[in-house]
Design a protein around this ligand. Structure first.
Ligand code: ADP
Length: 590
C-alpha cells in the first residue's frame, strides 16, 4: 500500500523536490534570524556602536536578501505545495472513477452510492491534505524545533534543559488532548454525515414527503440531526479551546522560566542579556511548530485511513472481465440460446426466496432471429434476472448463453453491450439537453439522425413544441419531462443505437393508459426486425408477441403463442383470466 501511495508522488517529483528545498530554506532562515540578531546586538556590548554601524549596512542587505528569499519560498511552499496536492488528488479521483466504471452490477448491489461519494470526495481530500502538508510540516517544524534546541543548548545548557523539560511536559498534555480531539472530530464527521444523508433523503423523496403532507415530520427529523451536529460542534470548539489554551500556557511557562532562571543566570554572571533575548526569540519560533507537529498526527491518521479506503477500491478486481482471447461479437441474425443456465446473486439475496434454490434454475430458452418473445410469470420468478444475464451484467454459474452461436463470455463486453438495446421501466436521463440524451446512444450521430430517431420514437413533435426544442435541458434525472416523454426519449436513444437485440423490461408498466399507447406504438416500431425479449406487467401489451414463455422459480414452465397457452389452460391462462376477469389473487404476474 505504501508503495502505491508513494507512486502518486512520481509525476510530481520535480514539484516535490522544489517544495522540499523551499521548506528547508524556509526553516533555515527562520532559525538563522535570532542568531543574526544576537551577533549584531552582541557586538553592541562588546565592540561598541562604531563597529555595529560598520556592519549594519552589510547585515541589512543580508537580511533583506534573506527575507526576499524567505517570501519566495513561503509562496512556493503554500501555493505550489497545495497545487501538488491538488494534482495528486485529481489523479486519484480519476483512478477511483475509472475503477468504479470498471465494476459490474454485483459491486453496485453491495456498496451504496453514499459510501462511494464519500470516498471520492472526503477521503481524497484527507489523503491529499496529508500528502502535501506532512512532508513540509515534518521538514519545517522538525528543523525549527531541533535546530532551536541545539542552538539554545550551545548558548546556555541549563536554561535550555529546563525549557526542554517544560516543553516535554506540555507536549505530553497536548498529545493527550489531541487524542480526545480526534474522538470529538470523529463524532463530528458522523453527525455531519447524518445531516447530509437526512438532507439527501428528504430532498430526493420530496414528492413522497409532499404527497403524504409529511413536511413537519421531515423538519423535526432534520432539526434533530442538525441539533446533534451543533452539539458536537460545540464540544469540538471546547476541546479546541482547551488545546489552544494549553499551547498558550506552554509559551507563558517558557517565558516565565526564561525571565526567572535567565535573570538568575545573568545576576550570577553566567549569561548575558543578549543571550536571554535570543532565548525569548526562539520560544516564539518553536511554540507554533510544536503545535503543528502534534496536530499533524491527526492529519497523518486521516490520510492513512483515507488511502486505505481508496486502496481497498483500487485493489478490488471487477467480477467480470473480458477473456484474454475475447473477440468482438459478430451478430448475424440475432439468435439467442439459453442452455441449462443456473445463477444466484452472490452477496445480497433479497425477497423471500428459498436460499437453497438458485434464482435461475436450469433455465433453457431459445429465441429465433427477429422473434419477439414475452416473459411472464410471478413477481420474483426471475424474468429480469434472465434478461440481465444476456448483456453479461452478471456471470452465470452453469450452462451457457449464446448469441448466434457465440458464448457471451467469449466476446468483448463492449461489443456485446453495443449489440443489445435495453429499455426499462425506470428511465435514467442525464442532466443535459434532449439532444445530448438521445445522442447518448451514439455520440457521433448527426442532428438529422437524432431527429429521425426522435420521429420514430413519437417524440419529435413534442420536442419541436418546446421553446428550446432539442436544446431543452431535461433537469436532474429528466425531472422536467413526464414519464411517457422520458420513456420516448429513452426509446429514441435505442433507435439511434440500432441494436440487433432488444430487451424491454416492463418499459410501459409505470405509464398511464394514454402515454402507454404512444410508447407502445414506438416500442413496436423499435422491435421490428430485431430479436426482442419483453417483460410486461400488463398482459394486454404482449398479446402480439410471437411467443410467450412463463418463467416461474427461475425456469421456463410453458411456452407457446397466446392462443396456444390459453387453450392449454396452464399458468399463463390463469394469469390472463386474473387480469381480465378481475380475479384477485396474491400471485399476480409482475
Ligand atoms: P422478476 O423479474 O420475475 O420479478 P427478478 O429476476 O427481479 O424477478 O428477481 C428474482 C429473484 O432475485 C428475487 O428473489 C429477487 O429478490 C432476487 N434479486 C433480484 N435482483 C437482485 C439483486 N440485484 N441482488 C440480489 N437479489 C436480487
Amino acid at each position: 500500500m505504501f508503495r502505491r501511495f508513494v507512486a502518486y508522488y512520481g509525476p510530481q517529483k520535480h514539484l516535490f523536490i522544489a517544495d522540499t528545498v523551499c521548506a528547508l530554506v524556509l526553516a533555515g532562515i527562520d532559525l538563522a534570524f535570532p542568531i543574526i540578531l544576537r551577533g549584531l546586538t552582541g557586538g553592541l556590548f562588546t565592540e561598541g556602536p562604531e563597529a555595529i554601524m560598520g556592519s549594519l549596512a552589510f547585515v541589512a542587505t543580508g537580511l533583506i536578501a534573506m527575507y526576499l528569499v524567505r517570501t519566495a519560498c513561503k509562496y512556493f511552499v503554500s501555493a505550489q505545495g497545495h497545487i501538488m496536492g491538488a494534482r495528486m488528488e485529481s489523479k486519484m479521483r480519476e483512478d477511483l472513477f475509472d475503477q468504479y466504471e470498471r465494476f459490474c452490477f454485483s459491486y453496485f448491489d453491495r456498496v451504496n452510492s453514499g459510501d462511494m461519494m464519500s470516498r471520492v470526495v472526503n477521503d481524497l481530500f484527507d489523503i491529499c491534505e496529508g500528502a502535501h502538508h506532512l512532508p513540509e510540516w515534518i521538514i519545517i517544524c522538525g528543523i525549527e524545533i531541533i535546530g532551536a534546541f541545539v542552538i539554545l543548548f550551545t548558548i546556555a545548557p541549563v536554561l535550555a534543559g529546563v525549557m526542554a523539560l517544560i516543553t516535554a511536559v506540555f507536549v505530553a498534555i497536548m498529545v493527550r488532548q489531541n487524542l480526545h480531539m480526534r474522538a470529538v472530530f470523529a463524532d463530528n464527521r458522523r453527525k455531519i454525515s447524518d445531516v447530509n444523508s437526512q438532507l439527501q433523503d428528504s430532498l430526493s423523496g420530496i414528492r413522497v414527503v409532499k404527497s403524504f403532507a409529511n413536511e413537519g415530520t421531515e423538519r423535526a427529523k432534520f432539526r434533530r440531526s442538525n441539533e446533534a451536529y451543533l452539539g458536537s460542534k460545540v464540544a469540538q470548539y471546547h476541546v479546541m479551546g482547551n488545546y489552544q489554551a494549553t499551547s498558550a500556557l506552554m509559551t507563558g511557562a517558557l517565558y516565565t522560566a526564561i525571565v526567572v532562571l535567565g535573570g538568575y543566570l545573568i545576576a550570577t554572571g553566567n549569561m548575558s542579556a543578549v543571550d536571554l533575548a535570543t532565548f525569548a526569540l526562539y520560544i516564539s519560533l518553536f511554540a507554533t511548530p510544536i503545535e503543528t507537529l502534534v496536530n499533524s498526527t491527526e492529519t497523518f491518521q486521516k490520510a492513512i485511513a483515507g488511502f486505505k479506503r481508496m486502496d481497498e477500491v483500487l485493489a478490488t478486481m471487477p467480477d467480470i472481465v473480458d477473456a484474454p482471447d475475447a473477440r468482438p461479437l459478430e451478430v448475424r441474425d440475432g439468435a439467442i440460446e439459453y442452455r441449462d443456465v443456473c445463477f444466484s446473486y452472490k452477496d445480497v439475496e433479497l425477497g423471500g426466496r428459498d436460499p437453497q434454490r438458485p434464482v435461475i434454475d436450469h433455465l433453457t430458452l431459445s429465441i429465433r432471429p427477429g422473434e419477439t418473445i414475452a416473459l411472464v410469470g410471478p413477481s420474483g420468478g426471475g424474468k429480469s434476472t434472465t434478461c440481465s444475464l444476456l448483456p453479461r451484467f452478471y456471470d452465470i454459474d452453469a450452462g451457457s448463453i449464446t448469441i448466434d452461436g457465440q458464448d457471451v463470455r467469449d466476446v468483448t463486453q463492449e461489443s456485446l453491450r453495443r449489440a443489445i438495446g435495453l429499455v426499462q421501466q425506470d428511465v435514467y436521463l442525464f442532466d443535459g439537453s434532449i439532444r445530448e440524451n438521445i445522442a447518448y446512444g451514439r455520440p457521433d450521430a448527426t442532428d438529422e439522425e437524432i431527429e429521425e430517431a426522435a420521429r420514430r420514437a413519437n417524440i419529435h413533435d413534442f420536442i419541436c413544441s418546446l421553446p428550446d426544442g432539442y436544446d431543452t435541458v431535461v433537469g436532474e434525472r429528466g425531472s422536467r419531462l413526464s414519464g411517457g416523454q422520458k420513456q420516448r426519449v429513452a426509446i429514441a436513444r435505442v433507435f439511434l443505437k440500432d441494436p440487433a437485440i432488444l430487451i424491454l423490461d416492463e418499459a410501459t408498466s409505470a405509464l398511464d393508459n394514454e402515454s402507454e399507447e404512444a410508447v407502445q406504438e414506438s416500442l413496436e416500431r423499435l422491435a421490428q426486425d430485431r430479436t426482442t425479449i419483453i417483460i410486461a406487467h400488463r398482459l394486454s401489451t404482449i398479446k402480439n408477441a410471437d411467443e410467450i414463455a412463463t418463467v416461474e422459480r427461475g425456469r421456463v414452465v410453458e411456452r407457446g403463442t397466446h392462443e396456444e397457452l390459453l387453450a392449454r389452460g396452464g399458468t399463463y391462462a390463469r394469469y390472463y383470466r386474473m387480469q381480465f376477469e378481475g380475479v384477485r389473487a396474491k400471485d399476480v404476474p409482475s
